[in-house]
Design a protein around this ligand. Structure first.
Ligand code: NI
Length: 174
């Protein structure tokens, strides 16, 4: 296992659309293992391939706080697709490991049903509500080159980007 470097804004890889995964190779399984480890270490509740500089359609998530490593159980979603969204909306504060220490409220469907391939190559479905729903949509957005700050006003977005830029210049983040 190895920890991966998490890229931060304004790295252009975060604005790119990731490609579908054709085969679950040993390399893909290793990527999943490394992304899970990197997500827990960060710590974060979700991590998409773009964020570690890989342009394929995979994200990992675990919205439950698990103190004991042995109880951890991350979900790996390959080629995820939202097949249903609720009309009901949820507003939650979101953050992102690629936009360190910045948070803003984002409005999204309260529930989603997502279809994906698991590491065993099986087609699976998962229904996410509230935090799960936000996390799934946020991570899937990453695979399409979309960040949560893209939902904010230009003023707010620029303010956040400037803050991150300032933290980088001050050496507070890499
Ligand atoms: Ni993110």
């Amino acid at each position: 296992m190895s920890l991966l470097h998490i890229v931060t804004v304004p790295d252009p890889v975060l604005k790119q659309v990731a490609n579908p995964i054709e085969n679950i190779t040993a390399q893909i399984k290793q990527q999943a293992t490394d992304m899970i480890e990197t997500m827990y270490e960060a710590p974060g509740i979700g991590l998409a391939a773009n964020q570690v500089g890989v342009l394929n359609r995979m994200f990992v998530m675990d919205t439950n706080y698990r103190k004991e490593k042995s109880s951890r159980d991350a979900i790996v979603m390959i080629n995820p697709e939202i097949v249903w969204k609720s009309e009901e909306i949820s507003i939650m504060e979101e953050g992102c490991l690629s936009i360190p220490q910045q948070y803003a409220e984002v409005e999204r469907p309260k529930s989603v049903r997502v279809k994906y391939i698991d590491l065993g190559g099986q087609t699976m479905e998962y229904i996410g509500e509230d935090l799960d729903s936000h996390c799934i949509q946020h991570e899937l957005d990453h695979l399409n080159g979309i960040l949560f700050i893209d939902y904010l006003s230009r003023l707010k977005r620029n303010m956040i980007l400037r803050k991150v830029d300032r933290m980088k210049k001050d050496g507070l983040i890499l």
